[in-house]
Design a protein around this ligand. Structure first.
Ligand SMILES: C[S@@+](CC[C@H](N)C(=O)[O-])C[C@H]1O[C@@H](n2cnc3c(N)ncnc32)[C@H](O)[C@@H]1O
Length: 209
């Protein structure tokens, strides 16, 4: 990882640690509008996994671990690694899942081992003062990492460039879904699904190996 990316991730960590301090372990604490939209995103991302058999999952940008709660309620049999650049998030998640032997949480942005699947919900949205170009470069670097570490596939979401222009904010990054579809299809796999039909100003990309 370059010094530039480290610095960028440091700023992102401060931003989200502040959200957690303000709003606690809630959807608002990880900068979502509400729990329903947080869960709706999980439902899209989990279309990636074949849940009938046990699998390993890395959740990049896990926050306080809401996805693990959701997957546990679904009854999936998994080994889970949650990564976050915010130490406050990781501490919160570790406390919440201290009794789960199949889960671990690390302050990191890439896993230290291969996994079946990796997912990322919300990590590409808040670009703060970074330029479009710089943020896109970071996004593509991160997709390369997800591809490298995931043997069966990966999934992520982004705010969409098809959002209403008058609602768009300077500090957020709106990705072009067609461009990213092309990148995923030409660089990572022939099996790519673009989900842009679930009622939020965003899309989910599913890349199956
Ligand atoms: C919008 S929040 C969503 C949290 C969680 N995915 C959820 O939906 O409940 C994004 C989280 O990702 C973390 N994050 C952002 N970029 C990251 C990266 N490149 N690697 C690891 N964590 C990251 C932030 O610190 C924050 O906790």
């Amino acid at each position: 990882m370059t010094d530039g990316t480290n610095e960028l991730l440091g700023e992102v960590a401060v931003y989200y640690s502040n959200r957690l301090a303000q709003h606690g372990q809630t959807a608002a604490g990880v900068d979502w509008r509400d729990t329903d939209s947080q869960i709706l995103r999980f439902d899209q991302l989990l279309k990636l996994v074949a849940a009938a058999k046990p699998y390993t999952l890395c959740d990049i940008g896990c926050g306080y671990g809401a996805l693990l709660d959701y997957i546990s309620d679904l009854g999936h049999s998994i080994r889970y690694i949650g990564l976050d650049v915010s130490s406050a998030m990781v501490n919160a998640a570790r406390q919440r899942f201290v009794h789960n032997p199949n889960a671990r949480f690390e302050i990191a942005s890439r896993p230290d081992t291969l996994v079946d699947y990796s997912v990322a919900s919300g990590i590409f949205n808040v670009k703060l003062e970074r330029s479009q170009e710089e943020w896109e470069e970071y996004l593509l670097e991160t997709l390369d990492v997800m591809n490298e570490v995931s043997t069966r596939g990966f999934a992520f979401n982004c705010l969409t460039s098809y959002s209403d222009a008058d609602k768009m904010r300077r500090d957020l990054f709106y990705a072009d879904p067609l461009h990213l579809f092309h990148i995923c299809k030409s660089r990572y796999s022939r099996h790519v699904a673009l989900l842009h039909d679930y009622g939020l100003y965003e899309f989910t990309m599913i890349v199956r190996k």
